[in-house]
Design a protein around this ligand. Sequence first.
Ligand SMILES: NC(=O)c1ccc[n+]([C@@H]2O[C@H](COP(=O)([O-])OP(=O)(O)OC[C@H]3O[C@@H](n4cnc5c(N)ncnc54)[C@H](O)[C@@H]3O)[C@@H](O)[C@H]2O)c1
Length: 119
Amino acid sequence: MSDRLKGKVCIITGTGSGMGRAAALLFAREGAKIVGCDVNEATGQATLEAVRAIGGHMMSLQPCNMAKRADVDRLMSLAVDAYGGVDVLYNNGSCWAASACRRTSRRWRCTSPPTNRHG
Ligand SMILES: NC(=O)c1ccc[n+]([C@@H]2O[C@H](COP(=O)([O-])OP(=O)(O)OC[C@H]3O[C@@H](n4cnc5c(N)ncnc54)[C@H](O)[C@@H]3O)[C@@H](O)[C@H]2O)c1
């Protein structure tokens, strides 16, 4: 593994499972300082422990719901307070639906960050 992300502060949302967890482990091996979050407290904590177990640097906020502005603000504050800023944002967390065409507006609002929404 190289040091391609050495010292970079990387926010990754949805680190509790799937690609978010995989990214947290990969970015950690590349030297990043990770700020993770997940709406699921148990799985978010499990990823935090997995990253630290391989010697990675990570802070994590859970539960943190990216559909709630106050939670997003807390996540940003954690990054600034712990690591002094943000270099990379991997906004991965959301709930998968079988087809985007079958998503209702309500479901979209529940899983999309406030920064991408109107209303
Ligand atoms: N896996 C695929 O084949 C695929 C394909 C295309 C796009 N995607 C997209 O990639 C992303 C990750 O996919 P995945 O397969 O790893 O999904 P996943 O369900 O395994 O992981 C998503 C994580 O996001 C968390 N999450 C959901 N809503 C959240 C919220 N409001 N706030 C904070 N955390 C939240 C979940 O708890 C979960 O841990 C999703 O946005 C998905 O739509 C996945």
